[in-house]
Design a protein around this ligand. Structure first.
Ligand SMILES: C[S@@+](CC[C@H](N)C(=O)[O-])C[C@H]1O[C@@H](n2cnc3c(N)ncnc32)[C@H](O)[C@@H]1O
Length: 384
């Protein structure tokens, strides 16, 4: 297979393979997305929005941030700690943070006054944009990594929108009843070649712990980085919630036989492909999140399960329909445009059903929250 994309990044990847021998697909994906200055997320190019490669809900309309802000106000009242901390991980261009902060500052100044908004972001390009857009909010600060917090030191809410889908994943394949891992190497013609090696102990342990039923012949992803990260989050939280918004499924749905090629996809200028080795460093590579894994490994780190729902139900419980109604009644062009954009957040074919919300908590007596009031019909897609 030809490898195409950013020349300097491709040489770095090839040099590493020449030096070390074959590398795991996970390490290839990590370099393609995060290699300093050259990776997709670490280099200065537009990624999210009309001029980028994909949209996120944060970009669509301020109502998304306002409704999440509303949920944080309820959480603030439950956590009752001063300062109340909102930790956003992987904040992208900072639009969601902007809408949440604006909502709190205007509608709930007392909450705003007692809040610290902390961003953890891996992309220097995104940090630069965040610092510009959030310069009016004096309660925002940046922390390099979740491990920089002391254990059990965060009181409040740790949340992310489309973070875990951007983590590098291990690619595995089941052949004749045995699990193999995909590695990549370079052949005599300087092309990329995938080879299979026996899966590592860590991968086999993950499959066993989550009781995954991988069908024969399936190639799929194992997100060990996500399982480690949710444990780090769990250890740092003292009292409060973890809210994870992303697309994905429980294990029982992710490894169904009709997903024989897994869920890994690339996005380049709003078109998707399954060729991970083209546009390297210029395209996003992303996979569906295994929410059963986040629940299970979160529990190991002290996070209790509060609930699992989809974005449509979550936002509706928080008042999206009232916002839609108000816009409908306004009858002006801007409201009409907003109405159309907002429908994307809830329609099943838009982001409404595909995107899920996992809520976990620690040291909270009566943990139920408004976003989980009415839950979707309990099919396999919602049973973690
Ligand atoms: C798909 S984008 C989503 C951005 C934003 N949350 C939104 O809704 O538009 C993923 C973001 O997570 C960041 N990211 C990925 N891994 C990270 C990590 N381990 N720590 C912090 N940020 C990370 C990426 O740099 C990128 O900004």
């Amino acid at each position: 297979m030809k490898i195409t994309g950013k020349k300097e990044l491709i040489s770095v990847i090839k040099d590493r393979i020449k030096r070390e021998g074959e590398i795991s697909f996970r390490d290839f994906m990590d370099m393609a997305l995060y290699y300093p200055e050259l990776g997709y997320y670490t280099s200065p190019q537009e990624k999210i929005g009309g001029f980028g490669d994909f949209y996120t809900a944060s970009e669509l309309d301020r109502a998304f941030g306002e409704l999440i802000g509303k949920q944080f106000v309820e959480i603030y009242e439950k956590v009752k700690e001063n300062p109340f901390q909102i930790v956003e991980i992987g904040a992208g261009k900072g639009y969601l943070a902007y809408d949440i902060l604006n909502f709190l500052k205007k509608e709930h100044p007392e909450v705003y006054g007692n809040t610290e908004y902390i961003i953890i972001e891996k992309s220097p390009y995104h940090i630069k944009i965040q610092k510009e857009i959030l310069s009016d909010f004096e309660i925002v600060r940046w922390v390099q990594d979740i491990i920089d917090f002391e254990d059990e030191s965060i009181n409040g809410v740790i949340f992310s929108n489309e973070l875990f889908d951007a983590f590098p994943v291990h690619l595995i394949r089941k052949v004749k009843g045995k699990i193999f891992e995909v590695f990549i190497t370079i052949d005599e013609e300087d092309n990329i070649r995938e080879i299979l090696k026996e899966a590592s102990e860590d991968i086999l342990r993950y499959i066993k712990e989550l009781n995954l039923q991988i069908p024969e012949g399936m190639q799929t992803e194992i997100n060990l980085d996500a399982s480690e990260y949710i444990q780090k989050i769990g250890k740092k939280l003292k009292k409060g919630y973890v809210i994870t918004v992303d697309y994905g499924y429980p294990s029982s749905e992710l490894y169904k036989p009709y997903r024989m090629r897994g869920t890994l996809l690339c996005y380049y200028r709003h078109r998707y492909s399954e060729n991970f080795y083209e546009n390297v460093g210029m395209q996003d590579i992303t996979s569906h999140v295994n929410f059963s894994a986040l629940k299970y490994y979160g529990m190991l780190a002290g996070l209790d399960f509060t609930g699992f729902t989809d974005q449509a139900h979550f936002l509706t419980n928080l008042g999206l329909m009232e916002i839609l109604q108000e816009l409908q009644e306004k009858n002006d062009y801007e409201s009409f445009e907003r109405l159309n954009r907002l429908k994307t957040l809830v329609l099943p074919k838009g982001m409404g059903e595909k995107f899920k919300v996992l809520v976990q908590h620690k040291n909270i007596d009566n943990p139920s929250i408004k976003g989980l009031d009415m839950l979707p019909y309990m099919s396999d897609r919602y049973r973690l």
